[in-house]
Design a binder for this molecule. Structure first.
Ligand code: PGA
Length: 234
């Protein structure tokens, strides 16, 4: 069983989500399917697909125009939320500190956070990939986690770029994350790989040790692209 999570980013309408849910209900899979959609489409999902948001506020409520709290996301029936996505780190100034606050609020409101970590191109070129990943994991996860969380390794330079790291690079990153999680008392936490996952590379990526699933951006928008990823693994 793998976890296949889609991230629709700022794309789609409620009509598109209804169509995707209907298309996905016809496939047979043991994998856990999650769709992280814009706030306007949040809902309870259906028997085969769970719904998540793509970000939440670091605040619980109050005068924060435009922000949406963990409690509000949970109130829609959604079960997951991505925190620390590379685009939120890049465009909204998210840091490991704010990501940890968001993850804690997600957990306390009954949501499962999908906590993203990964290196930029500059960090990769400076030879800092492993240290950025390890500090991302240690600093973005709240200290007293007892409920389910998911971690996603997303090499920031590869997202949306059609680039993927080599299988060896993915294996090293995921081994480091699994070892770090074990050291933090969180052995067994699922770790997803994300960046330029498609039907043609999904099986190879999900066959790498310590890769428990994928977080898919562009290829999760259309069922013709998303279903082959879901059905590539048992
Ligand atoms: P991509 O995006 O699959 O389009 O590279 C991945 C992500 O941002 O989660």
């Amino acid at each position: 069983m793998k976890i296949i999570a889609g991230n629709w980013k700022m794309n789609g309408t409620r009509f598109d989500l209804d169509k995707m849910l209907s298309d996905l209900s016809s496939i047979s899979t043991n994998n856990r399917i999650i769709l992280c959609v814009p706030y306007t489409m949040l809902c309870g999902g259906n028997g085969s697909v769970s719904i998540g948001a793509q970000d939440i506020s670091t605040h619980t409520h109050g005068a924060f125009t435009g922000e949406v709290s963990a409690q509000m996301v949970a109130d829609t029936g959604a079960k997951y939320v991505i925190v620390g996505h590379s685009e939120c780190r890049q465009y909204h100034g998210d840091t490991n500190d704010t990501v940890r606050q968001k993850a804690a609020l997600a957990i306390s409101n009954g949501l499962t956070p999908i906590i993203c970590v990964g290196e930029t191109m500059a960090e990769k070129q400076a030879g800092k990939t492993m240290s950025i990943i390890e500090s991302g994991v240690r600093e973005s996860i709240p200290s007293d986690v007892k409920s389910d969380i998911i971690v996603a390794y997303e090499p920031r330079w590869a997202i949306g770029a059609g680039l993927t790291p080599t299988a060896d690079e993915i294996a090293s990153a995921h081994t480091l994350i699994a070892n770090t999680l074990a050291d933090m008392g969180l052995a067994g936490t699922p770790v997803l790989y994300g960046a330029s996952v498609k039907g043609s590379n999904a099986l190879e990526i999900m066959s790498i040790p310590n890769v428990d699933g994928v977080l898919v951006g562009g290829a999760s928008l259309k069922s013709d692209d998303f279903i082959p990823i879901i059905t590539s693994v048992k």
